[in-house]
Write a protein that binds this ligand. Sequence first.
Ligand code: OGA
Ligand code: MN
Length: 289
Amino acid sequence: MLAAMQTVDEYSRISVEPLAGALGAEISGVDLTNVDQETYAEIHKAFLAHNVIFFRDQELTPETQMAFGRLFGPLNRHSYVKGMDDYPDVFRIVKEPTDAHHFGNAWHTDLAYEEQPALGTILYGLEVPKAGGDTMFANLYAAYDGLSEGMKRMVDELQVVFTNANTYGKDAQRFKTGIAKDMTVEQAPTEKEVIHPLVRTHPETGRKALYLSTTHFSRIDGMTKPESRIILDQLAKHAIQPDYTCRFKWRNNSVAMWDNRCTMHYAVNDFPEARRIMQRVTLQGDKPF
Ligand code: OGA
Ligand code: MN
């Protein structure tokens, strides 16, 4: 009873409608080009509570999308994907019917190969297929909480080596499985590895979450790659079970904003005939601990 009453009173400026039990909520009653302090505080609260939030029917320019992002903190400039000519901190993700590869088409969290990965990502749907091209999300707090005490003790101790090579290395460009579409093999960056804990503590909520990103894994620190795969593949499989996920169907002018510190996401590649154009702003995060 008390919980129900608190839910009713929780938000006064916005409406928050959960999309699934695990994570995700659609927020309505807000124009993202005009967000005052109290409305920002409620959006921020919903973001931390639901891990990925969605907005419909927004009219965003690169400037107003950046301004909304800056309410949450400094923006990130992507190391390898070139931004728009006039807005280097904004980039467009375009999939033409002739493109086989789809940006984000594997479970991952953004920029896990960076020393300071993304806090959040704000994606705006400019032109989306009528059907297909959904984005799926998985709750990595729930994935951690769902482990046995024995497994938690084991993963709590592990550090993971992440790499930029799988998505931006020479082979990624050579075989066009990379996601920087304009990059040539010669332009591929040198391989870079970083180490992050397998279990991270969210700096704002204090909760523990698995830190998984299947496209960015190299290995568990101190183990061979085959040994690492036994553990990492099973954890990823555990984390993406339907009970921990939600799935967002885009419309033109929808916005999704996800928390990369406690979720993974997956861009579904099921729209061979259609074009899809998204506009992205990324929030700079801290070093995971
Ligand atoms: C991203 C991403 C998913 C999508 O922008 O980081 O993974 O559905 N996008 O476009
Ligand atoms: Mn992504």
